[in-house]
Ligand binder design. Structure first.
Ligand SMILES: CC(C)(COP(=O)(O)OP(=O)(O)OC[C@H]1O[C@@H](n2cnc3c(N)ncnc32)[C@H](O)[C@@H]1OP(=O)(O)O)[C@@H](O)C(=O)NCCC(=O)NCCS
Length: 210
């Protein structure tokens, strides 16, 4: 398969919803283990509340191949439906899910475009799908006048880190400690960033001082 066969589209079609949430769940099973042990839990909670405009889908020959979810300070893919949380699950399960979601979330700056999650179906990995999703996300960020692409990646995920570095992302911060292990199952999480929209590091620094 070549890059040309990968099509990246804005949003997520309803017919691909369950499959997409399953691919995301399975890619991040360790992170979801506190609240969402099974992909069906994630599907049951989010299938009718996600913001399908805050993501990009990858299609190969019309088949769903991967999803990149987006978070900005105005929008995010994972919209929590509190009513559904407490009516569809037992109180204990609901609290576990809430804890999981709270631990995995952090603030978003006005000029930031967060790649909240990037997951490619295992059957399509290593063929340029992840790269194509990230490149399209950068175009979308620039069009929205965002300056900083950011993402979090666990220290063990050497393959993903290599992919991000190849595309120009650099580590800017590392978190470790008890909460990081509780939330992600990993000893450390790196924040990686890339400047987009033709704005250099200096300009961002000046703007922050102003
Ligand atoms: C990381 C991931 C999104 C990459 O998607 P992809 O479509 O395979 O990426 P591409 O084909 O564009 O690029 C391949 C690169 O991805 C990395 N990679 C990570 N896991 C891989 C896998 N299982 N198979 C192939 N490549 C993988 C490699 O660095 C590879 O680069 P290389 O040629 O230097 O080895 C995908 O492997 C995935 O969904 N993994 C599980 C979820 C995950 O780790 N997401 C990122 C967390 S922040």
């Amino acid at each position: 398969m070549t890059m040309a066969e990968v099509k990246i589209v804005d949003g997520l079609e309803a017919r691909h919803m369950d499959e997409a949430l399953r691919v995301v769940h399975d890619a991040f099973a360790e992170k979801f283990r506190i609240g969402f042990r099974h992909a069906d839990d994630l599907i049951r909670l989010f299938r009718d509340s996600v913001d399908t405009t805050s993501c990009l889908s990858a299609l190969v020959d019309g088949q769903f191949a991967g999803l990149l979810t987006i978070r900005t300070n105005g929008q995010e893919f994972y919209h929590l439906n509190m009513g559904a949380l407490f009516t569809r699950f037992s109180p204990l399960r609901a609290i576990r899910m809430l804890l999981n979601l709270l631990l995995l979330n952090d603030g978003t700056k006005a000029d930031e475009f967060v790649v909240d999650s990037l997951a490619v179906d295992p059957a399509y990995r290593g063929r340029g799908v992840g790269t194509a999703l990230l490149r399209k996300a950068e175009e979308r960020a620039a069009a929205m006048d965002k300056r900083t692409m950011s993402l979090g990646v666990v220290g063990e995920n050497a393959g993903a880190i290599r992919l991000y570095e190849r595309l120009g992302y650099r580590r800017t911060q590392t978190w470790d400690g008890y909460l990081v292990r509780l939330a992600t199952g990993s000893a450390e999480v790196h924040r990686m960033e890339k400047q987009v929209g033709g704005i250099g590091q200096d300009a961002v620094g000046e703007r922050e001082v102003a």
